[in-house]
Design a protein around this ligand. Structure first.
Ligand code: FAD
Length: 380
């Protein structure tokens, strides 16, 4: 990853803490807005969801009961083409973005019924904003997705979904950021800080840096950082495991929520969810087995492919699973950004959230994402 050292400079327009997908997208957006930005990033000991994720730009299951999240996610999917083009033009890096739509498989009649209700409710909640989808029976789905197995009763489909290479995206954001003059400092965990309205000082890598704006984008690290800036980021880890097969000829024309084919031909199998604390070392064979089994029930030909890699990584999860965006009331100029969909939301983070932060205020549409939603009245 390209490193642009802040050399002897210590004063910036903005400091972003955390160089994962969220911090890099916001830093890139801030730098594009003309803010001289410093991106501070901890070392390899950190839990970095951005280097272990599945790579979906996923819309169709996001925001049931939270139409603002559905709109924000859809907005990001629609920003993605411009972001990918912009990154490619500036850095030459192809994020491997494809947005051909996506599907969720239903195995058995009960799953099909449940999914139908889910999608109908998503559409009802979308209101005038609209939500295009289809529930498609197996006979027709076979024409769209050759090779699906006999246990598949049908699929849900929306045109909004897609996928990209998360590592190419991360690299492109970093190179785009430094190419625009942004300063990236790795191995710089923020150990200490002081906060005053529009006046922040952070201590990292043995140096002190100042700026009138600070953005907390440190993933799971935000939980500890936020209170120092008058913010709250009650995020906890949720472990996900991923299996990768050997490369195959192109067989999957679009991603599913738990299966996608990379541009290089590997199949990625994922979507497990576990509470395992901060453990990313121990694998759960029974979970891997059930992920692989479901993939084979969807596409029996997958059974002939060898699994060549497996890993687990930690999602950055708020109590209700939605993102958290806030500006500190106590220390205006301090912002926090937390989410478990850093690939999907890269479009809005770079193209919409960063300009709001540069302008010094979050749009009212983001007020529902404030951590204040978790405040519980002291007495009834
Ligand atoms: C298994 C799995 C599958 C996923 N699949 C998808 C998917 O298909 N689509 C999708 O959109 N999202 C997916 N995600 C989620 C996505 O990866 C995360 O939303 C995203 O990576 C979060 O990015 P982040 O920058 O907030 O956090 P991280 O990637 O964890 O980065 C945080 C950064 O902050 C730094 N840091 C921490 N503390 C400090 C500190 N005190 N000082 C300085 N730096 C600090 C760390 O070094 C790290 O680089 C998946 C996640 C997992 C685990």
């Amino acid at each position: 990853m390209q490193t642009s050292s802040p050399s002897a400079r210590t004063a910036f327009d903005a400091i972003v803490i955390g160089g994962g997908l969220v911090g890099a997208a916001i830093g890139y957006g801030l730098q594009r807005q003309g803010l001289d930005t410093l991106l501070l990033d901890e070392g390899d000991i950190a839990h970095r969801a951005s280097r272990g994720n599945f790579g979906l730009i996923w819309v169709q299951s996001k925001g049931l009961g939270a139409p603002h999240y559905q709109r924000w996610t859809r907005g990001s999917a629609s920003e993605w083409p411009a972001l990918a083009e912009d990154l490619q033009a500036r850095t030459g890096i192809d994020t491997r973005r494809q947005q051909p739509g996506g599907v969720t498989f239903c195995l058995g009649e009960e799953e099909f019924e449940r999914r139908s209700e889910y999608m109908a409710q998503m559409q009802a909640e979308a209101g005038n904003f609209g939500f295009e989808y289809r529930m498609i029976r197996a006979a027709e789905a076979r024409d769209m997705l050759p090779g699906i197995g006999p246990e598949v009763t049908g699929i849900s489909w929306t045109p909004y979904d897609g996928h990209a290479s998360p590592l190419h995206l991360l690299r492109a954001l970093h190179e785009g950021f430094t190419g625009l003059g942004g300063s990236y400092l790795p191995n710089a965990g923020v150990a200490d800080s002081t906060a005053a309205p529009n006046d922040f000082s952070v201590h990292a890598a043995g140096r002190r840096f100042t700026a009138p704006r600070v953005v907390l984008a440190a993933g799971l690290g935000n939980a500890a950082l936020a209170p120092r800036f008058g913010l709250s980021s009650p995020v906890v880890p949720e472990r996900g495991q991923i299996l990768v097969t050997e490369r195959a000829q192109t067989l999957l024309p679009m991603p599913t929520v738990s299966l996608r084919q990379t541009a290089e031909g590997s199949l990625m199998i994922g979507d497990s969810k576990e509470n395992a604390g901060l453990d990313t070392v121990t694998q759960s064979p029974e979970i891997m087995r059930s992920m692989a089994r479901r993939a084979v029930r969807c596409f029996p030909w997958i059974a002939d492919l060898n699994v060549v890699r497996a890993w687990s990584a930690l999602r950055v999860m708020a109590p209700d699973g939605l993102p958290i965006y806030d500006q500190s009331e106590q220390f205006p100029g301090a912002f926090t950004a937390n989410c478990h969909s850093g690939v999907t939301l890269a479009g809005t983070h770079a193209n919409r959230l960063a300009p709001m932060i540069a302008a010094g205020a979050l749009d009212p549409e983001l007020s529902l994402f404030s951590a204040r939603r978790f405040d519980v009245p002291a007495t009834a």
